[in-house]
Design a protein around this ligand. Structure first.
Ligand SMILES: *Cc1c(COP(=O)(O)O)cnc(C)c1O
Length: 300
């Protein structure tokens, strides 16, 4: 099935420069954020096989889970509208008095939002059970799934054999699993965790991989969360503005700004071999910046 609302021709590779350049190492970024203004970056790839399956199997509704600022929620809402299927978002926490831009947008795309308490949200099976008589196609929170990982394998079609390292941000690890599966034997995939103390992340990622891929070269790196998931101290905002000035690449506060910072820091620490050629994955997420005060960023 063709999901022709996303335009793969809009994806491009851009050379990037870090202020303290390290000799002999080339750094490029894959601008997946450009594939669609809302179903941006990795969310299109994670959803694509689910959307195709839901349509093929005759479901009339896709239901999924997420927080009030979830890129996955807004991408799912918009994608469902594009393919002409209903959508339901189970949202963590009570209905807020003033809604986030993410939830406003999701509702605009026709997603029905159902709020559940933080406590109840933990038990996904019991939530699903309440709707067991409905014809819903369920997608996990954040799109975490084998099918999601398979869909992100496509990202590797832009990464030729000249690259030695592929670096991405990780939330659930779904995209990273796809990149590991799609990478070549001589390449290393590095995942930058944006979560604090997520000790099971590597394992969660590995669960999505076919066993034959477990011998590939991959690594999860911690310590670049800037205080925790979605935390964005001034130091991070300053970095985003500097990176934009230097490279004309907008990044998001939750994932890609931390990814780019991590690569810069790892370069300075001598983590990469000389003559490395690194591909950073711009996995999108720019809509998340709408939660900032206007003019915080030079772009936006
Ligand atoms: C959702 C998201 C991620 C995390 O992807 P996972 O597959 O859950 O690890 C990374 N970057 C951006 C911009 C995202 O929106």
């Amino acid at each position: 099935m063709q999901l022709d609302f996303a335009d793969k021709h809009k994806v491009f590779i851009q050379k990037i420069q870090f202020s303290d350049a390290v000799n002999g190492i080339k750094t490029n970024i894959l601008r997946l954020d450009n594939i669609h203004p809302i179903i941006s970056g990795n969310k299109f790839f994670k959803l694509q096989l689910h959307l195709a399956k839901a349509l093929q199997d005759g479901y009339n509704t896709i239901a999924t889970f997420g927080g009030a600022f979830s890129n996955h929620i807004v991408a799912s809402a918009c994608a469902c509208k594009e393919i002409g299927i209903e959508s339901i978002g189970i949202i963590r926490g009570e209905e807020p008095e003033s809604k986030s831009e993410t939830l406003i947008a999701a509702a605009d795309y026709g997603m029905k939002l159902i709020y559940v308490s933080r406590e109840d949200f933990k038990n996904k099976d019991s939530i699903k059970n309440k709707f067991k008589d409905e014809n819903y196609y369920w997608i996990n929170e954040g799109g975490y799934s084998v099918l999601g990982a398979e869909g992100t394998k496509d990202i590797c079609s832009w990464i030729d054999e000249s690259y030695t390292d592929i670096v991405c941000a990780i939330g659930t690890g779904t995209m990273m699993a796809g990149l590991v599966a799609g990478s070549m034997q001589h390449q290393r995939v590095i995942g930058i965790s944006v979560l604090k103390g997520a000790t099971t992340l590597k394992r969660d990622m590995e669960v999505l991989l076919p066993p034959s891929d477990l011998q590939k070269n991959y690594e999860v790196i911690d310590g670049y969360h800037f205080g925790g998931y979605a935390k964005h101290p001034k130091e991070l905002i300053d970095w985003m503005n500097l990176f934009y000035e230097q490279n004309n690449v907008p990044t998001d506060i939750v994932y890609t700004a931390k990814l780019c910072y991590a690569v810069k820091d790892l370069l300075l620490k001598g983590y990469f071999n000389h003559n490395s050629k690194i591909m950073l994955i711009h996995s999108g997420g720019l809509q998340g910046n709408l939660s900032l005060k206007p003019k915080t960023l030079l772009f936006n």
